[in-house]
Design a protein around this ligand. Structure first.
Ligand code: NAI
Length: 258
């Protein structure tokens, strides 16, 4: 989390009293989203597979005076997701915002892609997003309000060689977003996706330097994005300013895909 997160474009109380769940909150984009939501007043449930990793982020945010609850949960496991939702309700009594951010890659050209790597990416990135979304609908419908924000990718829009599994899952998230938006719009719930481009995190750190330079040429703004750029878009979609936006995919990609 960089210093830029401290310079919020949003009023400090824009999500005051709201409860948010952020999956994959232990590092990278998820950690930046969690911090941003805290900065604007939300209570944040930090979810990740590793209790240690999520505990460290929770300690940092707690030290800044924010209300956070760390929860070790694997979103690809239905039982874990149900426990995550139950514990959130019992701690905060409502869930206003769900950010489906957790995701993995298992890159390989399709010809050589192993079934297990297809299954793992679809199970975490798409099915896990569905599990979390389905589980929050009942409480959100009951309270007649809610914001669901799904982190897709420009790869889900444009495709990418070596990422058939990831592209399929991220495109699937966009379809899931639209279908859910149509199902629950009348209940006061909005569902939107964000499609980040190249954001500097552990996930993209593995990309060789030469490929990174080639990618830079494809980005009109000529720089990679920061986790905080995605966090700002999440904050907007979670706020009242976005009350009339649903079923959309907001690209945060420096113009990489248009
Ligand atoms: P990252 O690899 O740095 O962090 C991923 C987070 O998800 C970690 O906290 C990890 O523990 C968690 N996670 C993974 N599997 C999980 C599971 N089964 N249950 C619970 N937590 C799990 O990734 P990064 O870069 O921060 O990406 C976050 C999201 O943004 C992902 O969905 C990714 O696909 C998406 N994205 C990232 C881009 C980038 O350039 N970094 C571009 C487009 C999308």
């Amino acid at each position: 989390m960089s210093e830029t997160t401290e310079q919020s474009a949003f009023k400090a109380d824009v999500l005051s009293g709201k409860t948010a769940i952020v999956t994959g909150a232990s590092r990278g984009i998820g950690a930046a989203i969690a911090q941003k939501l805290c900065e604007v007043g939300a209570n944040v449930v930090l979810c990740s597979r590793s209790a240690d990793a999520v505990g460290q982020i929770a300690d940092t945010l707690h030290g800044k005076g924010y209300t956070v609850l760390p929860m070790a949960a694997d979103i690809s496991e239905k039982a874990d997701v149900e426990t995550l939702i139950k514990k959130t309700i019992s701690q905060f009594s409502h869930i206003d915002i769900l950010v489906n951010n957790a995701g993995i890659t298992r890159d390989m050209l399709l010809m050589r892609l192993k079934d297990e790597d297809w299954d793992a990416v679809l199970q975490t990135n798409l099915t896990g997003t569905m599990y979390c979304t389905r589980a929050v609908l009942r409480p959100m419908i009951r309270q007649r309000s809610g914001r669901i924000i799904n982190i897709s990718s420009v790869v889900g829009l444009a495709g990418n060689a070596g990422q058939a599994n990831y592209a399929a899952a991220k495109a699937g998230i966009i379809g899931l977003t639209k279908a859910t938006a149509k199902e629950v719009g009348a209940r006061g719930i909005t569902v939107n996706a964000i499609a980040p481009g190249f954001i500097t995190t552990d996930m993209t750190a593995q990309i060789p330097e030469q490929s990174q330079q080639q990618l830079l040429e494809l980005i009109p703004l000529r720089e990679f994005g920061h986790p905080e750029d995605v966090a700002a878009a999440v904050c907007f979609l979670a706020s009242d300013a976005a009350r009339y936006i649903t079923g959309q995919t907001l690209q945060v990609d420096g113009g990489m895909v248009m």
